[in-house]
Ligand binder design. Sequence first.
Ligand code: GLP
Length: 260
Amino acid sequence: MEIIIQPDSQHASQIAARIVARLVREKPHAVLGLATGNTPLQLYRNLVLMHRESGLDFGGVTSFNLDEYVGIPPTHPSSFHSYMWAHLFSHIDMTKDRINIPDGLAADIPAYCRFYEQAIRSAGGIDVQVLGIGTNGHIGFNEPSSSLSSRTRIKTLTDESRLDTAAGFGGHEGVPTHVITMGLGTIMDSKICLLLAFGKKKAKAIAKAVEGPVTAMVPASILQMHPRAVIILDKDAASELKMADYYTWVYEHKPDWQKH
Ligand code: GLP
């Protein structure tokens, strides 16, 4: 794993944007895996700016989102569909038919999940998967105890995750109980995994995911098995890492050709 510790989320998000932008420039038909939540907002803002100011072209790019709530329409203000259009898709030149977000209203959910997996394969697989992390160590919505080789499927949310998103649904009771999420196996098939985490609230989950054992109880810990996992943190999210000084030294002494 490459652990990059930055003074704040702004610097961290700039590095993440450079990684995504370089891919899109080098591979105009790149396949992006996208996440929602507060964490990637600055990354998306940077990509929008790069599109506006330096012509970063998303015309050939395909995207697959990690997850969506079951039972709410895409137009719901707290759906991940609404989030993605509000923060990214409405501001760049991606083609609608290349945008894929799980359909939370699918009538036959298992069949839909198989279709989603097949669509990722048909697109050539995900080049870069953007990830945030839940306070309980989940990625996507793969809650603790998720199979480390799981594929896209329906999951039941933990109370912790429902509390974390209560604000968008008028309180805990209003948060959907189920989601469709890419599995950990699906995420691990991505060529690069780019996990961002900011703030003290994420420090424990990050310490367990990066320096703890690989375990289904901390789903993000599976990234230790990924050949190209890049973990970009602000100081607070990195504050419980035992080897933080080493990661910082490594990043500062990277050979030029390895720099992001
Ligand atoms: C939800 C999403 C995850 C996201 C997590 C953290 O659980 N399904 O993809 O990483 O929230 O959210 P935030 O970035 O707002 O802390």
